[in-house]
Structures are given as structure tokens and as C-alpha cells.
Design a protein. Structure first.
Length: 459
């Protein structure tokens, strides 16, 4: 009876830690330690005031049967995981399911692959349940497929029951030739590949936004120092006060908030758009900060700041900055909407089509308004404006006579058309018509709204 009470106390405490995502072990678990780790400290708290538990755990338990060793902790965690997995498999039963797979390198430089099952339970609710993590020798598509199949078989699931597969868009995961999706489709033609809409869109934004490398350099130089960021805030605050005195800004809650620059990352939705937008708002303060670095910084910082100052005070920089804001304003709004948990498939498809239409409209009719915006910004910041009829000369380089083109051709054709076309191409590639049609057809089978999306005329 004492053994059962002791074991149950350890199980209860470990279940709580695991459920809350807390680490079990402590840095120092010896008895004199003031903090012996989450598990043991919770066990002490659990036993306090409960005589039936307190008299059989920790120092009141036999030294060789305390049920608190690292091995015992691992065994209990594995047993809990096994029972949860059995429950998930039982919930799926003999029905079909989808798999969501991603891989990453952990801190020990080992490739780990995580598998999540997505299915509809008996009550009609869509469930997503974590199945497991597998260490993979490499990230080749064939290796990943073998590990997925092995994990499914181990848990009594079959590859033939897969009806959907979703990955992160990397070439080895979703490539059309040797990708994992192709290998699985070869064995099961019903395992349709559908990528996360929001992540899929973000990859298109990243592919386009990487053309603006000077922004990253600027953020690394200025944002890498708290003193420099403080200086920017001081300059910006002074400019806001001046603008308020002149009546150029209004006061009110939520207005004229402090702005900063954050390093944009590939998986943070809208981070590129926010960064570029803030850059235009604190542009003059950034110029002042770069000037200060040139005068007061060390030799390396001075050189970097001097180079960046030439870049950001150039017409090219302003043009690309304004152009990217225009492109990302369309796709960033779509990205935010696609992240909503209550977003339905049909509406998502309409949003994607709407974004494509707006981008095409921007390409066809947006050149003049873009150029006006660039000229206006340059005039405001006292920057040089180029004549569109003059020949274009790249900054720091000379064109050969055979490559002579006008500024109009360079900015309109080589930059504006190219970037917008690239964004459209990325959207069309990642949101292809096959998946779009499939998802819309599946949505028609949704009984929540009495099959309102079902179109009899198209059948």
C-alpha cells in the first residue's frame, strides 16, 4: 500500500509538470539544496499536510525505493506518453487522417523530425495531435519517408490511410521531383499536399523581401546597440513634439507611439512590412544616428555607417523601400487574415484571389502613384531625385555602352515589374489551382451551414 501511494504521488507530480511544460530536473537535487527542481519541490508541496503521502515519500521512503530518480522519472514520462498515444490511435480508429511534418536541428546538432496527426473524431471535431519525434540521420526525402512510415506502422497506422500531407516548403520536403510529398503520393495518390496558408504566404514575402539587403545591415548596425536605439528614440520624440507644435500631428490615445526597428525574421508574420513602414517614419532620426556613429563610433562602425549612409540617402534605396511597402501592404494584410483560427477555406481562397488581383492592378495602374510617393519622400528628406529620361548608372559601378538604359526602364521594368511579377509568380506557385479547387470542393461538404457552399450548377 505504501508503494502504491508513493508511486501515485510521483505520477501525479510528473503529470502536472509535463502538462505545464515544466522541466523535471533541477540543477542541484541534493538534500541541502534550496531548490531541488520542479518535480521534487512539487512532491514536497504535494505531501505537505497529507499524512498518508508525507509518511511514505522522500526522506520517509526507503533509500532504494524513493521513486524520484532520473530513471524513474523517465519511465513514468514514457508510460504517460504511451498511454496518450494509445488514446490518440483509438480516437482515430480505422478512419483516414492527415500528417503534418517538420524537421529542425536541435542544440546537440541532431536532425529531429516531428509528426502531428490531423483527423476528425467521432463527434465531428477536427483534432491535431502530436504523434512523436524521430531522430533522422539526414533530411533527404527518402530518409524522412522511411521514418514516417516506421512511426506510423509502430503505432498501428497505415500509409494508405493518409488523405493529406503538409510540410514547411523546403525543397527536400515538398519538391516536385524528389520531395517527400512526391514519394508518398507515389504510394498513395489520395494523400493530397496542402501547405499552411499563412506560412506559405510568408515564404513568398521572404523571397521578395530579401532583395532589400540594406535594411538588414541598417538594423544590425543601429539596432545592435541600446545607446544607438535610445538616441533614435530621443531624436524621434523631439521631432514628434515639433510636429505637434506646428499642428502637423494630432494628439490622442494610441497616436504618436514610440517606434523602433526590429530584426525581421522569416517566421514572424508581417515583420518585414512593419520594419519597412517604421523605417519611413523614423528615417530622419536614423540619418542623424548614422552621422553620430560616423563621428563617435569605432573604426569598423564608422566604415559601416559611412557606407550605409551613402546607400540610404540614395534614390534607389527610397524607391525600393516604397515599392516593397506597397507590395507587402497587400500580402501582409492577407497574411494576418490567414492566421485567424476561425478562417474558413472558401474565404481564404477568395482572399488569395483578391491579393493576386490587387497585385495585378498595382502592376497595371500603380506606377504613377508609386513614383509620386517616392518623389514626395525625397523632397521631404532633401534627397536627390533622378530624371527618368536620363541614362541609369548603378551606384559605384559603370555600365558598358551596350547596356545603356534609361532610369525609367531600370526602375519601372527591371525593378517594379520584376518584383511585382515575382510576388505574383510566388503566389501562383504556392497557391496552385489544383489545391485551390480541391479545398473549395472539400469546403462544400461542410454541414455546419447546410452545405451552403455547394454549387449544383458546377456539378
Amino acid at each position: 500500500m505504501d508503494y502504491r501511494t508513493r508511486l501515485q504521488a510521483s505520477i501525479d507530480c510528473i503529470r502536472h509538470c509535463v502538462r505545464q511544460g515544466h522541466a523535471l530536473r533541477g540543477h542541484d537535487e541534493s538534500e541541502p539544496s534550496k531548490n531541488r527542481g520542479n518535480f521534487i519541490e512539487l512532491l514536497k508541496f504535494h505531501a505537505r499536510g497529507r499524512q498518508d503521502v508525507e509518511r511514505v515519500v522522500l526522506k520517509n521512503a526507503p533509500k532504494n525505493l524513493q521513486m524520484t530518480s532520473p530513471d524513474i522519472q523517465k519511465d513514468i514520462v514514457h508510460a504517460i506518453a504511451s498511454e496518450i498515444t494509445k488514446g490518440i490511435i483509438c480516437d482515430i480508429g480505422d478512419d483516414v487522417f492527415s500528417i503534418l511534418v517538420d524537421e529542425a536541428r536541435d542544440t546537440s546538432i541532431k536532425e529531429q523530425m516531428a509528426i502531428v496527426l490531423r483527423y476528425v473524431n467521432e463527434e465531428g471535431y477536427v483534432m491535431e495531435r502530436f504523434l512523436g519525434i524521430a531522430h533522422v540521420a539526414d533530411t533527404k526525402a527518402l530518409t524522412l519517408k522511411m521514418e514516417i512510415e516506421s512511426m506510423l506502422v509502430t503505432n498501428g497506422l497505415s500509409l494508405s490511410k493518409i488523405r493529406g500531407q503538409g510540410y514547411d516548403g523546403a525543397s527536400n520536403m515538398s519538391g516536385k521531383i524528389n520531395g517527400l510529398k512526391t514519394l508518398i503520393l507515389a504510394e498513395n495518390s489520395s494523400a493530397y499536399y496542402v501547405h499552411c496558408f499563412a506560412h506559405q504566404l510568408q515564404l513568398t514575402l521572404v523571397a521578395v523581401a530579401r532583395h532589400h539587403g540594406a535594411v538588414s545591415d541598417l538594423i544590425n548596425l543601429v539596432g545592435g546597440s541600446s545607446k544607438r536605439m535610445d538616441k533614435i528614440r530621443e531624436c524621434q520624440a523631439a521631432k514628434v513634439v515639433e510636429a505637434l507644435c506646428r499642428g502637423e500631428l494630432e494628439t490622442g490615445r494610441g497616436l504618436n507611439q514610440e517606434l523602433g526597428l526590429k530584426r525581421h525574421c522569416d517566421t514572424r508574420w508581417g515583420s518585414h512590412f512593419d520594419t519597412l513602414l517604421n523605417l519611413t517614419r523614423i528615417y530622419s532620426s536614423l540619418i542623424e544616428c548614422l552621422d553620430i556613429i560616423i563621428w563617435e563610433g569605432n573604426s569598423d562602425a564608422k566604415a559601416d555607417a559611412s557606407c550605409l549612409l551613402r546607400l540610404v540617402q540614395n534614390f534607389d534605396f527610397v524607391f525600393i523601400l516604397k515599392m516593397m511597402i506597397g507590395v507587402l501592404s497587400i500580402t501582409s494584410e492577407l497574411s494576418s487574415t490567414l492566421q485567424r483560427k476561425d478562417q474558413d477555406i472558401v474565404n481564404a481562397m477568395h482572399l488569395v484571389r483578391g491579393a493576386k488581383f490587387r497585385l495585378q492592378e498595382m502592376r497595371d495602374k500603380g506606377w504613377d502613384s508609386l513614383l509620386d510617393s517616392v518623389f514626395s519622400f525625397c523632397n521631404k528628406e532633401s534627397l536627390p531625385i533622378v530624371n527618368m529620361d536620363d541614362l541609369y548608372f548603378p551606384l559605384g559601378r559603370l555600365r558598358r555602352k551596350s547596356e545603356e538604359i534609361t532610369n525609367l526602364h531600370h526602375y519601372k521594368v527591371e525593378l517594379f515589374y520584376t518584383i511585382v511579377d515575382m510576388q505574383l509568380q510566388e503566389l501562383n506557385s504556392r497557391f496552385d489551382e489544383i489545391n485551390t479547387e480541391l479545398l473549395c470542393c472539400v469546403a462544400c461538404l461542410n454541414p455546419d451551414d447546410s452545405f451552403a457552399d455547394f454549387d449544383k450548377e458546377s456539378c
